[in-house]
Each structure stands twice: as structure tokens, then as C-alpha cells.
Design a protein around this ligand. Structure first.
Ligand code: SF4
Ligand code: SF4
Length: 104
């Protein structure tokens, strides 16, 4: 059932535990893609990656695959380019590339 904005409770009236943006249950939320404001793209250098999975573990949007064989591939529909993965990468395998300068 669709509600008007005015019908929603204020934050003080919300029950404890109410989830505003529900996490995806069966995959990413197709209505809330976060790639539209990304300006930097994480690019992994296979020669430097040791497959420890820290980039996957720390990604705040859970948009990296858990598959080491793909070097924890990034789902670019949801990556917002925050650079956390590049920061935590111990081998500096991830470079944050300006989207305007990125070439496949
Ligand atoms: S954190 Fe760096 S070294 Fe570790 S899996 Fe990710 S890209 Fe590879
Ligand atoms: S840049 Fe941020 S959102 Fe994108 S894969 Fe890295 S940690 Fe996740």
C-alpha cells in the first residue's frame, strides 16, 4: 500500500528497529542504485592482488563479489566510489580512477 509522505511517522514516532532502506534480500535493490553519483571507479591490478578479501569485507555497500577468482569484482550499479576498498587494500592493488578519464 502506498502512503503519502505526510502519513509516515516522524523519526521520533518510528518504532525501534524500523528499517528505512531495507537491505536486499534476494539481490541488490533495483530501485536504489547508488552509482549515479560516483565520480571515482575502483580498478584492481591483478598483479598486486593477494586475494585476501579485505576489499570485499570492508565495502560499506556490499557491492563487491565474495569471489576471489574475480578479484572480488565490483558491482558498478551500486559502487559509489567511496574508496574504502582502496584504503584498506594492503598491497595497494586498487586505484581510484576518475570516471571521466576511465577507459575500458
Ligand atoms: S584488499 Fe587488495 S589485495 Fe586484498 S583482495 Fe582486495 S584488491 Fe586484492
Ligand atoms: S569504492 Fe566504495 S562502494 Fe565502491 S567497491 Fe570500493 S568500498 Fe565499495
Amino acid at each position: 500500500m502506498t502512503k503519502k509522505f505526510e502519513e509516515f511517522p516522524t523519526w521520533k514516532e518510528m518504532p525501534v528497529g524500523l528499517v528505512v532502506f531495507a537491505p536486499p534480500v534476494n539481490g541488490p535493490n533495483p530501485h536504489f542504485k547508488t552509482n549515479t553519483f560516483r565520480t571515482l571507479r575502483p580498478v584492481t591490478d591483478p598483479a598486486k592482488c593477494n586475494k585476501d578479501g579485505l576489499c570485499w569485507l570492508y565495502c560499506p555497500d556490499s557491492c563487491r563479489s565474495s569471489d576471489a577468482e574475480t578479484l572480488f569484482a565490483v558491482n558498478l550499479d551500486y559502487c559509489k566510489g567511496c574508496g574504502v576498498c582502496a584504503e584498506v587494500c594492503p598491497t595497494k592493488a586498487i586505484s581510484m580512477i576518475n570516471e571521466l578519464e576511465f577507459k575500458e
